[in-house]
Design a protein around this ligand. Structure first.
Ligand SMILES: [Zn+2]
Ligand SMILES: [Zn+2]
Length: 301
């Protein structure tokens, strides 16, 4: 390993990695000038390896990106904005489930373990945080170093930071304690939108509650999805049982499509279709790989 990190050029050496994974060995060997051969049973792994080792035409890449952007940006942005025209970076949703011991028609339980939804990674040093009011979903500023309870400035609800969920169980307002999985009865939970993160016009960030405009915008996304589902790229297929899917299956998720809400399905579907419709090229494959990464951070989980 004396050669590691040196600038030796070793075209006489062939490195074979039959379980190449994300390709770290191949890439490091290629940097030293070796010829490399990699295999992996996972097609996503071999895709990533090709991405890591390809000699990219940066101009062609930038052009393909711009092409996709010009086709979808305006429409995706129009589904992620405030009524004043600011961009919304994220909508926050909470899972909900009905208490099986309460009479039908009782409001579902929102599965908050705490009503604090945004806080600094070091809350001791930076105690300013945001809570959602369980009664009216106002966004309430709280100080974690001083408060253990909070009062809503809108509806005057007052209570502790703790929500109805503790570990795997939930407690409804009538005091019934149930295991969440049992209450789900094999169906995935429903979702309720309760706040949003806004990119302000001067580049700052602000958490806002959900208003009528946001609800209507979401309904529009639902409608667009219904009208266009056959034109855009949609996740298909059912979940197979495996190490990474077991938890989702136990929560009642059966199809990949259920991992996304309507706005995500429509926005990602547009984006996926724009990548799909590029001419077949290495750039198209690169953008498909990037699209795959985007899915990891834009889903219900
Ligand atoms: Zn109950
Ligand atoms: Zn309130």
């Amino acid at each position: 390993m004396a050669a590691y990190g040196s600038l030796n050029h070793r075209p006489d050496v062939v490195v074979l990695d039959p379980f190449a994974g994300s390709g770290a060995t191949l890439v490091e060997a290629a940097k030293m000038g070796c010829r490399v051969i990699g295999y992996d049973i996972n097609p996503v792994a071999t895709l990533v390896q090709r991405q890591a080792l390809a000699e990219w035409d940066h101009e062609a890449l930038a052009e393909a990106f711009k092409d996709v952007e010009s086709r979808v940006k305006a429409e995706i942005d129009s589904l992620h904005m405030t009524k004043d025209g600011e961009h919304v970076l994220y909508y926050l949703w909470v899972s909900t489930v009905a208490c099986p011991l309460c009479p039908g028609g009782a409001p579902p339980i929102e599965l908050f373990s705490r009503y604090i939804f945004a806080q600094h990674a070091y809350p001791k040093r930076y105690p300013a945080a945001q809570a959602t009011c369980p009664q009216c979903h106002a966004v309430v500023a709280v100080d974690l170093s001083a408060d253990t309870r909070f009062t809503c400035h809108d509806c005057r609800w007052s209570g502790s930071f703790d929500g109805p969920v503790a570990g795997a169980t939930m407690t409804c307002s009538a005091g019934h304690r149930t295991k969440i999985i049992d209450a789900l009865g094999g169906q995935p939970p429903r979702q309720r939108m309760y706040a949003k993160l806004v990119l302000t016009l001067d580049g700052g960030r602000r958490y806002d509650p959900i208003g009528e405009f946001d609800e209507q915008l979401y309904s529009r996304a639902e409608q667009l999805l219904t009208e266009n589902a056959d034109k855009i790229v949609m996740p298909c297929g059912r979940l197979d049982s495996g190490y990474n899917t077991r938890q989702a299956l136990s929560w009642g998720y059966r199809e990949w499509r259920q991992f996304f809400n309507a706005r995500q399905l429509y926005s990602l579907g547009l984006l996926g279709a724009a990548v799909r419709d590029l001419p077949i090229s290495p750039e198209r494959e690169a953008l498909a790989a990037l699209f795959s990464g985007v899915l990891e951070f834009n889903n219900l989980f």
